[in-house]
Design a protein around this ligand. Structure first.
Ligand code: KIV
Length: 287
């Protein structure tokens, strides 16, 4: 069995020969080359400058300005309330921080579903006002026309199938999607459609691993999974969840790499104590 040092060494050796080690700025073309070379793509969410700078410096390939900002930044129960203006504000902060990653921005609920012209206008506002590199939207054949219009304007589009949180009131639950044959078949057809019409990538959220693997084999574009198992071309998590800033969200697919909630609350409690005890600031911490 490999110990930590061996596996780190193996990782750095593989990395130095990889497509991604050659990338100065990630483009949709690099992501396709990574899929073609069998290299996995790492994606996380970001909503502000400071966090985006850390994630970018750490080597993340894609930063998603997700509409999950509605939950983790604004405290809403769902992703539905966040507005286009608010998404643009978050995207501007992230774009200012990023030197390498591809920045993808979610089109929020209500900014693309009503008609393709509105979808295009929303996508143009995101690209023009934030400087982001691509947009993401939820749905398959229902949003085909909207995607066509956006693509025709030269804006790269990432699709999103499976559990699509903007439809939570239709689903009624955040449970695993496409367990039944009919929904699985529709998802595979939608994935092929999105690839055929020109989406550069596709997120699959919370679906059975065997189905996600099949989709990643069937379509040529990079498939990024969240709760979709290891057989896809890359993984995405909500940064606040994987860093343990959010406390109560604990789905099976989530791996927590840090417990920042405890870390931050311990640091804040120590600061409060130091202030109250007149221990901060000391002689060296003043002018
Ligand atoms: O908004 C978001 O964070 C997302 C990811 C879960 C893929 O869409």
């Amino acid at each position: 069995m490999l110990n930590d040092q061996d596996s780190y060494l193996r990782w750095t050796q593989t990395r130095s020969m990889s497509v991604q080690s050659e990338i100065k700025r990630v483009t949709t073309h690099n992501l396709q080359a990574m899929k073609n070379a069998g290299e996995k793509i790492a994606m996380l969410t970001a909503y502000d400058f400071s966090m985006a700078r850390i994630l970018d410096d750490a080597g993340i390939d894609i930063l998603l300005v997700g509409d999950s900002a509605s939950n983790v930044m604004a405290g809403h129960e769902t992703t539905l309330p966040i507005t286009l203006d608010q998404m643009i504000y978050h995207a501007q902060s992230v774009v200012r921080a990023v030197r390498r990653a591809l920045v993808v921005v979610d089109l929020p609920f209500g900014s693309y579903q009503s008609n393709p012209g509105k979808a295009l206008e929303s996508a143009i506002r995101i690209m023009k006002e934030s400087g982001a590199h691509a947009v993401k939207l939820e749905g398959g054949s229902e949003v085909e026309e909207a995607i066509h219009r956006i693509l025709r304007a030269g804006i790269p589009v990432m699709g999103h199938l499976g559990l699509t949180p903007q439809s939570i009131y239709k689903f009624g639950t955040y449970a695993v999607r496409a367990k039944e044959e009919a929904e699985a078949t529709k998802l595979r057809e939608d994935a092929r459609l999105l690839a055929d019409i020109g989406c550069f990538s596709l997120v699959l959220e919370k679906i059975p691993a065997h189905l996600a693997t099949k989709v990643a084999e069937e379509v040529d574009i990079p498939i990024i999974g969240i709760g979709a198992g290891p057989g896809v071309d890359g993984q995405v998590l909500v940064t606040h969840d994987m860093l343990g800033i959010t406390k109560d969200f604990a789905p099976r697919f989530l791996r927590r790499y840090l417990d920042l909630y405890e870390g931050i609350s311990g640091a804040v409690a120590a600061y409060v104590k130091d202030v109250r005890m007149r221990d901060f600031p000391n002689e060296k911490e003043q002018y």
